[in-house]
Design a protein around this ligand. Structure first.
Ligand SMILES: CC(C)(COP(=O)(O)OP(=O)(O)OC[C@H]1O[C@@H](n2cnc3c(N)ncnc32)[C@H](O)[C@@H]1OP(=O)(O)O)[C@@H](O)C(=O)NCCC(=O)NCCS
Length: 175
């Protein structure tokens, strides 16, 4: 089988990103805070803005999209920490290394940007995503937040962190 490739999407790729994002929201509604219904209503201008707000990475095999992930810029409070979010792999491609390829590309990009840590907020009930992140090397922290502002369930998200480079002797970036 041919190789999986991961590429950053530019503003001109907004439709490719939109299609993958809406497919992800429809396929795994429980995994994301946003809903397909909300995002289907967004206009082209907003999708273009989104492409510039965060890095969007697309995994493909022979030009067939297999998954996406986003890398958000750091905040003023944590200038050396970037956020990974919106990770999704097509059901057929799960368990085949696509998630690893996407997160590795996200971690490499953050490292190139001079970042020292990657944060990933994941639903604490999302066993597969938590297992994947742990297997990749993310460590759970004590940070929790409600998954949804308004919701009938009370699922939390847990912050998981990945140190980017350095060695165990380096002081961790403040979370
Ligand atoms: C989360 C996701 C990106 C991970 O990609 P993946 O290809 O499924 O990940 P992998 O198969 O490489 O790793 C999953 C791990 O969870 C394990 N696993 C599978 N189902 C599980 C479950 N129900 N509970 C706990 N662990 C589980 C697998 O055995 C594997 O562990 P291993 O690598 O030690 O064998 C993918 O499952 C997905 O897109 N899910 C739907 C969307 C989603 O939840 N996104 C995350 C939003 S924060």
């Amino acid at each position: 089988m041919s190789e999986i490739s991961v590429r950053p999407l530019g503003e001109e790729d907004w439709q490719t990103y939109r299609d993958a994002r809406l497919t992800a929201l429809r396929e795994s509604p429980e995994a994301f805070v946003a809903t397909a219904e909300e995002e289907e209503a967004f206009e082209e201008d907003f999708w273009r803005l989104r492409m510039n707000r965060s890095a969007r990475l697309l995994a493909e095999r022979e030009e067939t999209p297999l998954g996406i992930v986003s890398l958000g810029r750091s905040s003023d409070e944590n200038p050396k920490t970037s956020q990974l979010f919106g990770l999704w792999v097509t059901p057929e491609a799960r368990g085949s290394g696509v998630a690893t390829a996407l997160v590795r590309a996200g971690a490499n990009l953050a490292r190139e940007q001079g970042q020292s840590q990657l944060t990933y907020w994941v639903g604490s009930d999302n066993g597969r995503a938590v297992a994947f992140a742990s297997g990749f090397g993310f460590r759970p922290t004590a940070e929790r937040r409600p998954m949804r502002v308004v919701s009938e369930d009370d699922e939390d998200e847990v912050a998981m962190v990945l140190a980017l480079g350095g060695d165990r002797g380096s002081p961790p970036a403040e979370f």
